[in-house]
Design a protein around this ligand. Structure first.
Ligand code: IFM
Length: 478
């Protein structure tokens, strides 16, 4: 029988595939002054006039701290089998050093127990951007000490929850912590210092390595340790060498700066060269790269949209069209000669172009670059201007189409041999979208902010059906 006549095995999602949703502490918990929690850099930043849309803060957020049982019940009712959330560092270790606050840890113990009781697998992210303010006051991520403090915090949380949580993620999107927090300043702590950006990136790499070691020493060896990177799919506008060089530079600054040390134990030589006018990298001490390069079990990929770049002199558009918020300061140190363009196509409410092919490309890239690591899509989703209809429901066909096309891209990557073991929709429910405040709704569950009532959108029902059946329902089947 010729090859083409072979029966085709229908490839679907693996049987143990995790169908999850993701959130982060500052975006949902609220209760910022309860039970000994102290301010994080996001409390300070959001309370600083002009830093967030409408001056909005995470003070109340969606009050998950008090409503977590209902939120877990909602996930269970939808049929999700996994939930990724982050721990608030200042809730557990208010000054960023020293002993833990037990009542803070107890909140997460109760949350995890509730999830396990409902058959939902927890995945814990240790750091999703809420650095204790005291550590920023001491210099923040540009200082080596912050990485040491992170290791201590990782040890505390690993000891407290390692018996019941198997999936661990050290850092979420360290690119945003370093490049938006210390480069463009659109994220907390709002600093705009190119050299500090690269120092921060290095200490986040070190923190990941030290944190991984601490988790391993604190937990049973069956547990899995990963990192979630918002690795960019960087495309050049043309094959012309200057545009390709621009794409290479952005790839180094977006991806190589983290996956170099974490996955290969070295910074790309091209990155060091491109940033030599910004820093001499003398903060990289002997042994740091070995520490950052810890054996991992899995890699988390967060994907929303690809980047399209050219050499600056070929630019048709402003070099600030990189989708990372408005700032007079570029988050890209050493890349003044690069221009960012809008990828053609439909966009979400964030202005981000919808391109599921980028997710397939990203997964296949890391299948090759990180062979042997299980892959998880730890974030993917879309913001839309959702409204409650007269019938009291929220119909969001655009989000269903987005999820359908991106999950189909994941399935195609599985067909192509990638070891993808789960997908976490961003986000379980509408929440505090950082500098954009509450205006951008990413949730599968609508939150009516005045009452904090939760209303599952049609996408939540659609996604729940996918989770329960392990198949993608047609997009119009909500
Ligand atoms: O809301 C964020 C999340 O905190 C990190 N990844 C991107 C999401 C959407 O912007």
């Amino acid at each position: 029988m010729p090859d083409s006549a072979q029966p085709v095995t229908p490839v679907t999602f693996p049987p143990a595939f995790l169908w999850g949703a993701a959130t982060s502490a500052y975006q949902i918990e609220g209760a910022v002054r309860e039970d000994g929690r102290t301010p994080s850099i996001w409390d300070t930043f959001s309370h600083t006039p002009g830093k967030t849309a409408g001056g909005e803060t995470g003070d109340i957020a969606v009050d998950h701290y008090h409503r977590y049982r209902d939120d877990v019940a909602l996930m269970a009712d939808l049929g999700l089998n996994a939930y990724r959330f982050s721990i608030s560092w200042p809730r557990v270790q208010p000054t960023g050093r020293g002993p833990a606050v037990q009542v803070g840890l107890d909140f997460y113990r109760r949350l995890v127990d509730e999830l396990l009781d409902r058959g939902i697998k927890p995945a814990v992210t240790l750091y999703h951007w809420d650095l204790p303010q005291e550590l920023e006051d001491a210099g923040g991520w540009p200082e080596r000490e912050t990485a040491l403090r992170f290791a201590e915090y990782a040890q505390i949380v690993g000891e407290a929850l390692g018996d019941r949580v198997e999936q661990w993620i050290t850092l979420n999107e360290p690119w945003c912590s370093a490049f938006l927090g210390y480069g463009s300043g659109v994220h907390a702590p709002g600093r705009t210092e190119p050299a500090a950006t690269l120092r921060a990136a290095h200490h986040l790499n070190l923190a990941h390595g030290l944190g991984t070691q601490a988790l391993r020493s604190a937990m049973p060896s069956r547990n899995s340790v990963a990192v979630s990177l918002n690795s960019s799919v960087v495309r050049a506008v043309s094959q012309n060498p200057a545009d390709l060089a621009a794409a290479r530079k952005v790839d180094d600054l977006a991806n190589g700066v983290f996956h170099g040390p974490m996955l290969h134990g070295a910074y790309p030589a091209t990155l060091l060269e491109a940033t030599s006018s910004v820093t001499d990298w003398s903060f990289v001490l002997d042994g740091d790269l070995r520490t950052a390069h810890q054996p991992l079990d899995a890699l988390g990929l967060n994907y929303y949209t690809p980047a399209l770049v050219s050499a600056a002199d070929a630019a048709q558009e402003s070099p600030r069209a990189d989708g990372h918020g408005a700032s007079a300061h570029s988050p890209w140190p050493g890349a003044d000669d690069v221009a960012f363009h809008q990828t053609p196509g439909d966009r979400t409410e964030m202005g981000w172009t919808i391109d599921p092919s980028g997710l397939h490309e990203l997964i296949m890239r890391y299948s090759r670059e990180a062979p042997g690591l299980a892959l998880y899509v730890t974030e993917n989703g879309a913001a839309y201007d959702d409204k409650v209809d007269a019938d009291g429901r929220v119909h969001d066909p655009e989000r269903i189409a987005y999820l359908h096309s991106h999950l189909a891209a994941v399935r195609r990557a599985v067909t192509d041999g990638a070891d993808v073991r789960g997908y976490y929709l961003w986000s379980l429910m509408d929440n505090f979208e950082w500098a954009y405040g509450y205006g951008k709704r990413f949730g599968a569950v609508y939150v009516d902010y005045p009452t904090l009532a939760r209303i599952p959108k049609s996408s939540a029902h659609w996604y729940g059906r996918a989770a329960r059946t392990g198949e993608l329902p047609p997009p119009d089947a909500a």
